[in-house]
Design a protein around this ligand. Sequence first.
Ligand code: DAH
Length: 369
Amino acid sequence: MNETIPQLLSYDDPSLEAAFATLADEVRTETSSQRDAEVFRLRWLGRKQGRLKLISEAWLKSAPAEARKPLGIRFNQLKQQIEAALVAAAAAPPVTSAKAGIDITLPGMVRAPGIPHPLLKTMQEIVSVFHDLGYSTALGPQVETDFYNFEALNFPPNHPARDTQDTLVLANQQAKPSRDRLLMRTHTSPVQIRSMIAQAPPIRIVVPGKVHRNDAADATHSPVFHQVEGLCVDTNITFSDLKGTLDYAMKALFGSGVKTRFFPSFFPFTEPSADVQISCIFCAGMGCRKCKQSGWIELLGCGMVDPAVFASVTEERRKLDPADDAYNPAKVTGFAFGMGVERIAMIQHGISEIGHFYSGDMRFLEQFA
Ligand code: DAH
């Protein structure tokens, strides 16, 4: 122990002054180096091995009588200095981060919170327009059977209407009956069939989802894209209901100034069928490059549910309940519609390349934050 105790060679005033100044320095250095306060307290004030006790014993033992008083006073001062340092340490905030080597004065790390993808945003917008009209969301699988994707929707096997939807089929399906063969769904319309088989009218659903076609990618086409389907079946549903509903939805999506018009078209699962056009939002119908000078932009397909579709649904429902008559076309009618999410988002935002949606390029995506 002796080597850690400083020697006091003389008891005159200057020697005492110098010796205690050294000890006070030692205390100051230790407190400013932010050592653990309890370790510091034990080292200096510990009852048996504390530095203050050992040094005072050593120095007082050989002190001449007249030096005892000034020594005692100085030891008291030193003790007060140590106690004051301990009080200060207890009041100071913890220094853990400084200990871990983190500079808390540096600016923090910025974490971007993330935003919905522009396609998802548009899809949710479309869906919520119909939620406001009392529709609920229905979903279906992306891997479908031929029956739901085509046959029940009045595309018979080998019917030329199938050519309008070039289809990606799963391998090794030839051994199955045609209706059970698996394929990637080419549209969201099969969810109409699934929903009607599961639920009697009235029915009002919107179906957002991903669809697949064997299409080459170009500025406006992608082999994987998104649609929102709609179906409404109830008593007394007419073509006027279809027009009113879609006119309201287009105004909600593109602004109250847009006009709609309905052009005769063909889909196997609706009769009559129509293509819906909106007045060009870029030129307000005056004619521009975007609308090919026509003043109108074609946006979606729709029509009155074909009785042949109700017949397919009824046939399936009768496998569970032979007396089922819920979708008797003499009792209920309905309308359906389907729109491409990419197309609508491209018009909303003036985007001319569909590929931007899938590239993951932050310069594109950040514009929707
Ligand atoms: N399924 C059609 C397509 O992908 C779009 C469509 C047209 C859906 C008319 C409908 C409809 O429900 O009534 O081309």
